[in-house]
Ligand binder design. Structure first.
Ligand code: SF4
Ligand code: SF4
Length: 259
């Protein structure tokens, strides 16, 4: 933990952005929507010693974004307080780490479940109508919460293909429950999307295309439908497929963020 001595901490929790309490003449510029004009990398306002983060920075998003912005603003504040340039900060780092623990064992829960999504139980409608302050969602019991959590698609675990290990035996093609692996002739992206066994219709999701293999074909995978189940990597006799976890690390405030 990083400790900062201070005189007071003001905890302010609200449900919408409203800054009428900030005097208009102190130097903080606001846009037409009443939001502060900020540097999107440093979260510094037009008044150099004032920083914004979370919903107050660019409007409501999700809590993950708010926390990430808080981290970035904290780095800026730390650099600013130490007389350094807030723009000069270490970039984030990324890494892929194999999750293999045995031939059929992964460090994540890769089982596929076809269970329907559980419905969150609600209080009786009559009780909810009688008391508008009553919390309507009761939440899951522990058992249901565990089952629900196992529906996780493990989006942080990626299929990673190594071209020169592949012997084009098609074993991964056979076992993939989503039919998303293909070994075909290379072509322009639009054509590849049509040529694979199940057409790749979500054009916002890039295709995974290998380099040229020994037969002159390429491996084409539609990432949009992959379940991250790891069956391709379990079946592959040459470990050409691997399941690797994606790590995204950002610098934290204080000494670690300084070069
Ligand atoms: S991880 Fe599962 S769904 Fe994805 S390509 Fe491999 S076998 Fe298919
Ligand atoms: S199972 Fe492995 S070796 Fe066989 S085609 Fe798939 S990636 Fe290539």
């Amino acid at each position: 933990p990083v400790l900062y001595p201070c005189d007071a901490v003001l905890v302010a929790i609200g449900q919408e952005n409203a800054f009428p309490w900030i005097e208009k003449d102190i130097g903080i510029e606001f846009d037409d929507w009443g939001m502060p004009v900020l540097n999107p990398q440093t979260y510094q306002s037009s008044l150099s010693n004032v920083f914004f983060g979370g919903d107050a920075a660019f409007g409501p998003k999700n809590i993950i974004t708010a926390v990430a912005q808080g981290h970035q603003a904290a780095i800026s504040i730390d650099l600013f307080c130490n007389g350094q340039k807030v723009e000069e900060r270490l970039p984030p780092s990324t890494n892929l780490v194999s999750q293999k623990m045995g031939i059929h064992e992964w460090s994540y829960d890769n089982g596929i479940t076809t269970d329907d999504r559980k419905i969150v139980p609600l209080v009786e409608l009559t009780s909810a109508l009688q008391n508008r302050a009553l919390e309507v969602e009761l939440g899951f019991d522990v058992q249901t919460a565990f089952v629900e959590a196992q529906r996780c698609l493990n989006c942080d675990v990626q299929t990673v293909f190594t071209d020169d290990k592949c012997i084009e035996c098609d074993a991964c093609v056979d076992i993939c429950p989503m039919d998303c692996i293909n070994f075909i002739e290379n072509a322009e992206e639009e054509e590849l999307r049509q040529n694979i066994r199940v057409k790749a219709v979500n054009v916002e999701q890039a295709l995974y295309v290998s380099g040229e293999l020994k037969t002159g074909k390429v491996m084409v995978k539609d990432e949009d439908v992959c379940l991250h189940c790891g069956l391709c990597a379990e079946r592959c006799p040459t470990a050409a497929w691997d399941m690797q976890q994606f790590y995204y690390q950002v610098t934290k405030a204080a000494s670690a963020c300084k070069k």
